[in-house]
Design a binder for this molecule. Structure first.
Ligand SMILES: [Zn+2]
Length: 473
């Protein structure tokens, strides 16, 4: 590839940031340069012009470029059809949802997909920012002859560990009684002892229902040549600072020790499933991460918040990840529908619109959670796989990287309740195995790849607002 440097006549810091994204997406290097080929806004005197629009709204922001837009860009137009920088900012800075009322968010502060600008524009399956960037690159190639490469499409496999203990398994329950008695928490022990008949009844009713699927999942994924990452919570709901929404297991139990060993031996990754309240208190977050690292004996460089629960808006929570030294986060997503929550389908360092600065923690877009596809009881295995096909076709078309979140209880056909969900997961793995144009990997491997292979092109330029401003990142 003949590499090109392209200059933009502008001092706009978000434009510089977008050019950093473009470098990651294309391999082209950009600079802010008063004699550059590109002008941003009128009267720059540059050969090629990007119009300047102060701010787009949900009604005016450019739609997903069509094949006709693609053809039109090949004609000799010297002005790009829209302000690519403001359009990217509309999605990445969530500008479409600033004035939304409380009813557009659920009780866990998650934006309802139906009420979203994404629903209005991209139908959940299209990374609209990738589409803008692709059109822009095509324009540069047609006008300047600039060649470029685009990243390979990739799917990141992950599992949230929410309810891993089989409902009929009373050993975890008995362990909890012993554990609270030994730690002197007699109130908790008594309450657990009182609930024992209930647990026994559950065991009789659901004896064969298996939610503890770790070994089965690594075996299943191994069959297709894949590995994945598991997000474990380390603050159960009975711990100090926890919420009733938090998990009902404790990773200190021996069974988890064996699981961590197994995952480690099989090359799986682990991340922190941050507790419901962790977004409110840095000390909770730090303690949870340290506890997970200590009890698992594994490296923990990334996180995803339980219930996707973050502050509203979520920028301070993303900043928190940087403050505690996380490498990546996967918490910005829709809960009840597949979709690109910030319109982008590549890993990126978010831009905090409140501070006007880059958050140095890689955000990997989680686009499909099992429930998002399968909460609807009318969804069948075939219809869910058909929906996945559309998403994956677009992952290829737009050179996207997307994460999939399938819970441990529903990633293997071990119980009746999630049998359909598990069938869809295996169907997805089959499809991915037959797909030569999509890489399948874990977040840890993705981060390693970025750090090692593309460090010059990616890490530097992702912090491009600084680089292009001429200051150190
Ligand atoms: Zn969870």
């Amino acid at each position: 590839m003949s590499k090109r440097h392209i200059g933009l006549r502008s001092a706009d810091s978000f434009a510089a940031y977008t050019l950093g994204l473009l470098t990651h997406f294309s391999g082209i290097e950009f600079t802010l340069n008063e004699s550059g080929e590109l002008g941003y806004g009128r009267n720059t005197g540059a050969t090629l012009l990007i119009p300047k629009i102060d701010r787009y709204t949900v009604d005016t922001v450019p739609k997903v470029p069509t094949d006709e837009d693609d053809q039109r860009i090949e004609t000799a137009i010297t002005t790009f059809p829209f302000d690519v920088f403001s359009a990217v900012r509309f999605w990445l800075c969530d500008e479409g949802h600033k004035s939304y009322s409380g009813t557009d968010f659920d009780r866990h502060q998650r934006l309802a997909y139906q009420a979203s600008a994404q629903n209005q524009h991209a139908h959940g399956s299209i990374p609209i920012v990738n589409a803008y960037l692709s059109l822009f690159l095509k324009w540069l190639r047609c006008r300047l002859g600039t060649d470029y490469q685009r990243p390979r499409a990739a799917v990141i496999l992950t599992h949230d560990v929410d309810q891993p203990v089989s409902p009929g398994d009373i050993s975890h329950h008995l362990w909890r009684i012993a554990s609270s008695t030994m730690s002197g928490n007699l109130r908790a022990s008594l309450s657990l002892i009182r609930s024992t008949p209930n647990q026994l009844r559950k065991r009789i009713q659901t004896g064969s229902e298996q939610y503890w699927n770790f070994e089965k999942i690594t075996e299943l994924e191994g069959k297709y040549g894949f590995k994945s990452t598991y997000f474990f919570a380390s603050r159960p709901r009975w711990f100090k600072g926890a919420s009733p929404y938090d998990v009902d297991y404790d990773i200190r139990a021996k069974a988890f020790k064996r699981v961590f060993q197994h995952l480690h031996e099989n090359g799986a990754g682990i991340g922190l499933h941050a507790s419901y309240n962790a977004c409110e208190d840095q000390s909770l977050f730090v303690a949870e991460r340290a506890r997970l690292a200590r009890l698992s004996g594994m490296e923990c460089i990334g996180c995803r918040h339980h219930y996707w629960h973050m502050k509203t808006p979520f920028w301070p929570t993303l900043d928190l990840h940087a403050q505690v030294g996380m490498t990546y986060d996967m918490s910005v997503a829709f809960n009840e529908s597949p979709g690109y929550r910030l319109g982008i389908g590549i890993p990126f360092y978010p831009w905090n619109p409140k501070t006007g600065d880059v958050i140095p923690v890689m955000q990997i877009p989680t686009v499909i959670m099992d429930g998002a596809l399968l909460y609807n009881p009318n969804q069948t295995v075939d219809s869910a796989l058909a929906e996945l096909d559309v998403i994956l076709d677009n992952v290829k078309k737009y050179h996207a990287t997307v994460a999939i979140d399938w819970h441990v209880r529903s990633s293997y056909q071990g119980n009746r309740k999630y049998e359909k969900w598990a069938k869809v997961y295996e169907g997805l793995l089959k499809r991915l195995q037959m797909e030569p144009d999509i890489d399948v990997t874990t977040p840890e491997m993705l981060c390693g790849h970025w750090r090692v292979d593309r460090s010059k092109e990616t890490i530097d330029t992702q912090k491009a607002a600084h680089v292009l401003r001429g200051t150190d990142a």
